[in-house]
Write a protein that binds this ligand. Structure first.
Ligand code: KG4
Ligand code: ZN
Length: 337
């Protein structure tokens, strides 16, 4: 029997405040991942400061690449290609990863593979278990809220997206009003478990479209907090977190139902940092069981930014020979479909 050669992709991610390098085998098996997070640094400012992020990526990029190769017990000669996030994200931060990837590609004569950050988030679902098509993907991150239909690998049809704030952005802004640390998603998720859904908040874009809108909900929560303060009432943060999160869940559930009604699929996946949210995961798990469709939710460590997902997506781009060259540049915004 002829043994098919394994393919090892080295991935690099630096689009926001995580500097990460990973090696993935055949697009499905994580060999090693190293992530240096700057969250503690940016928490002092209540959000990511692009200038500071770029400077830390410069300091961290060679460290994560060296540590990753060491952890995998591999040398560059054993790597088949270098995959790197080229957008969307902070241009200065992206550039650091791109320059490192271009250097490795040039020096070791390996193909360079540009990867869209959201394609990476989606392909976090291919780690451990190959994705099945056609599928519906819900992307919920700090910068994106999208419903995407895929009938095969690398074919992304955007059904709908947010018309204003991304859901993660909304979590972070509400956390700030509640004096919770940055990023706000994990704290709100924890507090929601302890609270009660006692505040009637508006369900945004409660229609039959696949689009989302979160700025109205954000304003409603901010107004609620300000009014309670003005009237000298003690704010129960757990109840606010719970009411907000339940409204987000109701919105997402409605939009996913709309999409499933018109795009019958037998596989559903979620992606992005907010996909780590326990309340959202539980609700969507029930929905998939009710609709009798298979689903995959990424492990929590693959939800927030990491290079493992970039290397996983890079494998399929490698198969399709979608290579970049040394003119590759960072893109702050770029369409997936
Ligand atoms: O995907 P990601 O790491 O970065 C972007 O590409 O945007 O997502 C970061 C976002 C932040 O807004 C953070 O608050 C949110 O993911 N997040 C969560 C949770 N963990 C992270 N949101 C809700 N619940 C969580 N458990
Ligand atoms: Zn991300």
């Amino acid at each position: 029997m002829i043994k098919v050669k394994d393919t090892y992709i080295l991935g690099i991610e630096s689009s926001c405040d995580e500097t990460s390098c990973a090696i993935v085998k055949n697009g499905v098996e994580e060999i090693a991942t190293v992530i240096l997070s700057q969250i503690d640094i940016h928490a002092n400012y209540g959000g990511v400061v692009p200038e500071i992020a770029s400077r830390h990526h410069v300091q961290n990029i060679t460290i994560v690449i060296e540590q990753c190769l060491k952890k995998a017990n591999m040398e560059m000669a054993m790597i088949d290609a270098i995959a790197v996030t080229y957008g969307p994200g902070l241009v200065g931060s992206l550039l650091i990863g791109i320059e490192a990837a271009k250097t490795l590609s040039y020096v070791y004569n390996k193909p360079l593979i540009p990867v869209h950050h959201i394609a990476g988030h989606i392909y976090a679902n291919n780690l451990e278990k190959p994705m099945c098509f056609p599928l519906l993907a819900l992307v919920i991150s700090g910068g994106h809220t999208d419903l995407i239909y895929m009938d095969k690998h690398l074919s992304f049809k955007k059904l709908g997206s947010t018309l204003d704030d991304a859901v993660g952005e909304c979590y972070d802004k509400i956390a700030r009003v509640l004096d919770l640390p940055y990023p706000g998603g994990p704290s709100i998720d924890q507090m929601a478990k302890k609270g009660e859904n006692i505040y009637a908040l508006p369900i945004p874009m409660n229609d039959n479209s696949y689009n989302f809108s979160f700025s109205g909900l954000k304003s409603a929560v901010i107004n609620l907090v300000n009014n309670e303060k003005k009237h000298g009432k003690e704010i129960n943060k757990d109840n606010i977190a719970c009411s907000f999160q339940e409204t987000v869940i109701a919105t997402i559930n409605k939009k996913v139902r709309n999409a499933l009604a018109n795009y019958p699929v037998n596989y559903f996946i979620i992606a992005g940092g907010v996909a780590a949210n326990q309340g959202i995961r539980n609700n969507l798990q029930f929905l998939c069981k009710e609709k009798k469709i298979n689903y995959n939710f990424p492990k929590l460590k693959y939800c927030t930014d990491n290079a493992t997902m970039i290397a996983a997506a890079g494998y399929f781009l490698f198969q399709d020979k979608r290579f970049g060259d040394l003119t590759l540049n960072s893109k702050s915004t770029i369409n997936l479909d």
